[in-house]
Design a protein around this ligand. Sequence first.
Ligand code: C5P
Length: 235
Amino acid sequence: MSNIIPLNERIIVALDVDDTEQAKNLVKKCESHTRYFKVGLQLFMGSWFETVDWIVDRGHKVMLDLKFFDIPETVKLAVEQVNNRGVSLATIHGNDPIIRAAVSARGDLKLLAVTVLTSFGEEDLRAMGMTQSIEDLVYFRAKRALELGCDGVVSSGLEAEKMRNDLGEKLLIVTPGIRPGANVQDDSDDQKRIVTAGMAIKNGASHVVVGRPITKAADPVKVIEQMQQEIAGVV
Ligand code: C5P
């Protein structure tokens, strides 16, 4: 796995902006270095499929991160709206019947199951009445998602190593919560399970998702270049 993915597809830039215009500007700034872009809730609510189709037509890859979570039939119908339009990855959430319904409708789409959000710490799980450790829950959900036909998972870089070792090379592990080294310990960040791009890939992630460190940077390309150097050093 690690050698097959080109360096310009390792970093998925999260286009967390309000509208198509801003998204296009960001894509144009970054596309010389990376060709993978994530459209999430904020941008999708602002532009529906307009930005998605534009990125696909430009020849780049799209991860559509809407984290579908609903009754199985609704999730199935939602996935049908996304498949066969050039999107590479989509995110879903849920228990076995929900995942099965999504898998049955995916067409050419690769599906990622969200395990535990990278903004959650152990205390957040306890507050929701869950007793397992994050690492155990992520592993349990990843194993199940793979058995049910998902192509991969979204998890932090901290849980990637065990999944990569035990669940094999084929599993896609897509890792948000990426921060440059200096910011890894920033307590004001909403992301709690944070690693650097290099650490995530070293631990077994196939891709990293990076939002604010790139979107808020004075020079986004410089940040991408630095992260790509880290990644190139560990694959
Ligand atoms: O700005 P930052 O780098 O924290 O952005 C991370 C992106 O990854 C956001 O778009 C967020 O919605 C997304 N994401 C996440 N954790 C997940 C799944 C997606 O942070 N488990």
